[in-house]
Design a binder for this molecule. Structure first.
Ligand code: ADP
Ligand code: MG
Length: 549
């Protein structure tokens, strides 16, 4: 018996499906669109993006991950590209644009190969081989760095800040960043530990970027409690109290019936006595600065002020802990236990008005394990972008010191990688060789884009750059101002090895993952992925149209 062939529906109505080349092309187009969006921001002469939300709030930034996060991207493959940027940000804190641009270019080159009837799995395999080689080469060409190489560290900080609106104050800011990281760095048994949490970044609008400063200690968003207290205390002996310097409501909860004025007087005197005792304990400890996590009674404020003691109340718990790390003082929970040993020290405690806010600076803490960077900028948006630039610097300094390795920037490393990978490709046969070569070409997108974004002729620049590398000048990079090649390490363009390692590996991972997809199935459930290769939905508006297919 022959049965009639019926079409079989395995998915519910409303589901969508594209497969084969159509699916691949759609995915590649989406990835390229994401890369194209951030591409123009790459490098010192990169442009900025203004991102406006539906409340007309806006961010002006050059930072890859910030741009992609704000864009509200919905296409699933495009989202994978955004993930690269996020991973890069979380792992190393810099190189987000680089990673995304390389991934986009890897896929663009893959598309050419697929058009030449090379199977995507062959391309993916070639890419994996090339990425392994790239990581080996990166390790070989990297240079050592440690905390004593002040000069190199400043170059790293400087490079991280390039193109981020910090341009005119780069020298000043990178000095601050280096100092901050060195202050919180700890070395135990030759092992370096840097906790970025120990660097507090405080942003205050107003003043100029040049007014930004590093406080080897803590800045508190709080003012002194009493106007009669001194504005500055030198050689401060700091007491940290996690207890109320007032009569707690529970202590006076009992109802008291007052029948004559004498009784009232007695009651007030008793309260005064309790407060006095508390203050006397503080005075007896020898402290001249008080940070209290709870309240300080008016009367106590008055007594403290009379003794010339500086006091701040209602300090947050996290700030109390930072104060403890900065001053070396112990947080005391019971005033009866307070002794001289619990006190911390600071060279200078100062009440200061910053912008329109009264703040307290706890400066010059010896061996401060917790420091604060005060970032100033003319407007909110300037200050925000400076803050991001400084955060990138701190991130790059941290990974440089942790891994102890740096590489040349300005396109030098990518050009050298391309050269070495092409040499390696010659040892392979046929189609794999094509894929490995394509990988090498893709990596060159970085120097090419740096040249383009600087208004230079990319062909001229690349020709000269490659010639230098052929001659063995591994650190030859682009001088974006003249278009000539220069030794990037000497020129001061230095980046952490880890930034490049991470960018190459996550870009190639995502590229190979996208290449292996040949079927895109939309379940049709709401919230499910929209179907490539149709126009990506709403969120990607303005990202450039998809190619005709
Ligand atoms: P990313 O998000 O990838 O860090 P950036 O916009 O910070 O993107 O650009 C980083 C690229 O700019 C790196 O390739 C770096 O080597 C290059 N670069 C930084 N400063 C300079 C400079 N002064 N001259 C040339 N290239 C530079
Ligand atoms: Mg950067």
């Amino acid at each position: 018996m022959t049965q009639q062939v019926q079409p079989i529906f395995i998915m519910p109505e409303g589901s969508t499906r594209t497969s084969g080349k159509t699916a691949q092309k759609g995915n590649i187009a989406a990835a390229k669109a994401v890369a194209d969006t951030v591409r123009t921001t790459l490098g010192p002469k990169g442009m900025d993006k203004m991102l406006v939300d539906n409340m007309s709030d806006f961010v002006v930034t050059n930072d890859g991950v910030t741009i992609l996060e704000e864009m509200n991207i919905e296409h699933p493959t495009a989202k994978m590209m955004v993930e690269i940027a996020k991973t890069q940000e979380n792992e190393v804190g810099d190189g987000t644009t680089t990673a995304v641009v390389i991934a986009g270019e890897l896929l663009a080159k893959a598309e050419d190969l697929i058009d030449q009837e090379i199977h995507p799995t062959v391309v993916a395999k070639g890419y994996r081989l090339a990425a392994e080689k790239a990581i080996q080469v990166l390790n070989e060409i990297s240079e050592n760095v440690d905390e004593t190489n002040e000069d190199t560290l400043k170059k790293v900080a400087n490079t991280a800040m390039t193109g981020k609106g910090a341009e005119s104050s780069k020298e000043h800011l990178s000095e601050l960043a280096v100092k901050a990281v060195k202050a919180v760095m700890e070395k135990t048994d030759g092992k370096i530990v840097i906790d970025k949490e120990d660097i507090k970044i405080e942003k205050k609008v107003g003043g100029s970027v040049e007014d930004s400063e590093l406080v080897e200690g803590i800045i508190l968003d709080k003012e002194k409690v009493h106007p009669e207290m001194p504005d500055t205390v030198k050689d401060a002996k700091v007491v940290l109290i996690d207890a109320a310097v007032e009569i707690k409501s529970t202590e006076t909860d009992a109802k008291i019936q007052i029948t004559d004025p004498a009784q009232m007087q007695g009651f007030i005197e008793m309260e005064e006595k309790i407060i006095r005792e508390k203050v006397d304990k503080i005075i007896a400890s020898g402290a001249n600065v008080v940070f209290c996590q709870k309240g300080i009674d008016d009367l106590a404020q008055h007594f403290l002020a009379k003794k010339g003691i500086f006091a701040v109340r209602r300090v947050s718990q996290s700030d109390m802990e930072k104060l403890s790390r900065a001053t070396g003082g112990k947080i005391v929970t019971n005033l009866d236990d307070l002794s001289q040993e619990d006190l911390g020290t600071s060279g200078l405690v100062e009440a200061k008005r910053v912008g329109d806010e009264d703040m307290t600076f706890v400066r010059e803490c010896k061996n401060a394990k917790s420091v604060t960077l005060l970032i100033r900028g003319g407007t909110e948006h300037v200050a925000d972008e400076i803050k991001r630039a400084v955060e990138d610097s701190i991130g790059d300094l941290t990974v440089s010191l942790l891994t102890g390795k740096v590489v040349a920037g300005a396109g030098a490393t990518e050009t050298e990688l391309a050269l070495q990978i092409k040499k390696y490709a010659q040892s392979l046969s046929g189609r794999e060789q094509l894929a490995v070569n394509a990988f090498a070409d893709a990596v060159e997108v970085i120097p090419r884009t740096l040249a383009e974004n600087s208004g230079l002729d990319p062909i001229d620049v690349m020709t000269e750059l490659k010639a230098e590398h052929d001659k063995g000048n591994k650190s030859a990079g682009i001088d974006v101002f003249t278009g000539k090649t220069r030794n990037a390490l000497e020129d001061g363009v230095v980046e952490p090895l880890k930034v490049k390692l991470q960018a190459i590996s996550s870009a190639s991972e995502v590229a190979t993952m996208v290449l292996r997809i040949d079927d895109v199935i939309g379940s049709g459930k709401s919230g499910g992925p929209e179907m490539p290769p149709g126009m990506p939905p709403g969120g990607m508006g303005g990202m450039g149209g998809m190619p005709e297919m």
